[in-house]
Design a protein around this ligand. Structure first.
Ligand code: SF4
Length: 151
């Protein structure tokens, strides 16, 4: 039986990103050989449209889009629904898109829309971790996910 892993849908090539594109990473897609990858897009699950305005998380934890509209409630809803799916499938680990205000883990943009990075996590990554689901960004999957599967 393969382990179920939550994955940011944009990393698998789903066009759910704010600009209507994706961030497909073949090295993530290829993990399907060894794991059941469960695609989720917290921002769509939270009720936001695609395409949508880019959003960033502020120091106080709220999320606003580029026009200054507060979209925190959408992000909260998306985080909860993503956790619901992760729990439903018994996921213990997630591979999430780095630096996203939903999916980012450890480093995100600082809320000024200037490309400045700061410490912290996206709303979904934080909620998953609070609930015992370990989050890994796409650049660290080599270490976390492929070491036991190479033969
Ligand atoms: Fe990708 Fe996550 Fe943004 Fe959805 S919310 S587009 S899955 S980074």
């Amino acid at each position: 039986n393969k382990e179920n892993i939550l994955v940011s849908a944009c990393l698998l090539g789903v066009n759910c990103r704010y600009d209507g594109g994706n961030g497909k990473r073949e090295e993530v897609v290829s993990l399907m050989k060894h794991y059941n990858l469960i695609p989720v897009c917290p921002e769509q699950l939270g009720g936001l449209m695609t395409p949508r305005l880019p959003a960033e998380r502020k120091a106080d934890g709220s999320v606003s889009n580029e026009q200054g509209q507060d979209v925190t409630d959408y992000f909260k809803r998306g985080a909860k629904e993503t956790l619901r799916i992760g729990t439903l499938y018994g996921c213990k680990r997630a591979i999430l898109k780095e630096r996203s205000p939903s999916c980012g883990h450890g480093t995100i943009y600082d809320g000024t829309f200037s490309g400045t990075r700061t410490g912290g996590s996206g709303m979904t990554a934080a909620l998953l971790e609070e609930n015992g689901i370990q989050v890994t960004g796409e650049s660290n999957i080599q270490e976390e996910f492929t070491k036991n599967t190479e033969r």
